[in-house]
Design a protein around this ligand. Structure first.
Ligand code: 5GP
Ligand code: ZN
Length: 139
């Protein structure tokens, strides 16, 4: 697996800095986030260093997805949160602070006011249709 010398998550994978590990397999590592928004907030990462979602190969993405579902189910069974979000950030405007792909397993409490919440407001259907066309051109 390729590691990045300055990457905090590569150092956790290598065992150079400590972490509250939950589980691992050949391709992924899951561990507790040290700045939890709510109890049980944890992270699932690929063992290879990929900066963000766009850099992730399909096999690493598949492995992270499978591990994420397993960890989220364990968090749900252990802590019985009111809800749980999977959150994944790409780029500074999205809140990415560590540039090694990671999936947040983010337990929710009713009315916990986590920043990711937004209110539903009806969109402009013409604009939504045009944007869908722009995205489809890249699929
Ligand atoms: P991002 O802001 O990139 O979506 O998420 C990065 C996450 O990594 C943050 O929630 C932050 O608390 C967590 N984090 C940063 N450094 C460390 C560390 O050294 N150990 C652990 N366990 N988590 C970290
Ligand atoms: Zn890394």
């Amino acid at each position: 697996m390729t590691a990045h010398a300055d990457c905090i998550f590569c150092k956790i994978i290598a065992g150079d800095i400590p972490a509250f590990k939950l589980c691992e397999d050949d391709d992924t590592l899951s561990f507790m986030d040290i700045n939890p928004y709510n109890d049980g907030h944890c992270l699932v990462i690929p063992k290879g260093h990929y900066e963000n979602l766009y850099a992730m190969p399909d096999d690493a993405m598949a492995a992270v997805s499978i591990a994420t579902r397993k960890v989220a189910a364990a968090v749900n069974a252990a802590l019985e949160p009111d809800g749980l979000n999977l959150v994944q950030a790409n780029g500074p405007a999205a809140g990415q602070s560590v540039y090694h792909f990671h999936m947040h397993v983010f337990p929710r409490k009713t009315d916990d006011k986590a920043w990711m919440n937004w209110r539903f407001a009806p969109g402009d259907m013409d604009r939504i249709g045009q944007i869908a066309e722009q995205i489809r051109a890249h699929l």
